[in-house]
Ligand binder design. Structure first.
Ligand code: VGL
Ligand code: ZN
Length: 186
């Protein structure tokens, strides 16, 4: 089984938001068009408490329950079967969707016999990167949709988008363009 995981497509990461990622909104139509090609679509949300060590490193963003933590309004959220809330612990960053606390992502995927995980969303160099590396370490085949991700630091170095993509590839992720994705044969 294949699943599409949409990472942190939230208002605060889109232009105008508290931690805007350049081009964050430009990937929305690509993501909306991909969803019908998957029988399983899930999403993570950055979901922080008001007090967290995370805000020593970043501007305040995606505080649980606030408008900035909502999905970007243009995202078609209807196909999302389950969401995973992460970064909920004030003691660490919680970048990876596998650190979600409302629901166990790995168990959820295994229950549904998912072995191919397609990842898109924000941001390439933080939450996408951490999620992809975690998924690989847990034995999933991982596909990163390169035209459906965007980086906080697109130019790096040391930890910008191109570097992060290379790192994911070196760890075993398959990088592909959304045009390569087809719905499975009936
Ligand atoms: C993220 C920085 C801070 C992300 C979350 O979703 O990649 N980046 N919090
Ligand atoms: Zn965050």
């Amino acid at each position: 089984m294949r699943a599409l995981l949409i990472v942190d497509m939230q208002r605060d990461f889109c232009p105008g938001g508290a931690l805007a990622v350049a081009g964050g909104d430009a990937i929305l139509p690509v993501i909306n068009r991909m969803m019908p090609h998957f029988e399983l679509v899930v999403a993570s949300r950055d979901w922080h408490p008001e007090d967290t060590v995370h805000f020593e490193r970043w501007p305040v963003h995606c505080v649980a329950g606030t408008p900035g933590a909502e999905y970007a309004p243009e995202l078609d959220s209807a196909p999302i079967a389950q969401e995973f809330l992460k970064g909920t612990d004030g003691a660490d960053d919680g970048y990876s969707a596998f650190e979600a606390t409302n629901e166990d992502l790995e168990a959820w995927l295994r229950t549904r016999q998912v072995d191919d995980l397609f990842v898109c969303g924000l941001a390439t160099d933080y939450c996408v990167r951490a999620t992809v590396l975690d998924a690989l370490a847990r034995g999933f085949r991982v596909h990163v949709v390169i035209n459906a991700v965007a980086a906080v630091h697109p130019d790096g170095p040391p930890d910008g988008g191109p570097h992060a993509l290379q790192e994911m590839k070196d760890a075993g992720a398959h990088l592909l363009h959304s045009a390569m994705i087809r719905a499975p044969e009936p």
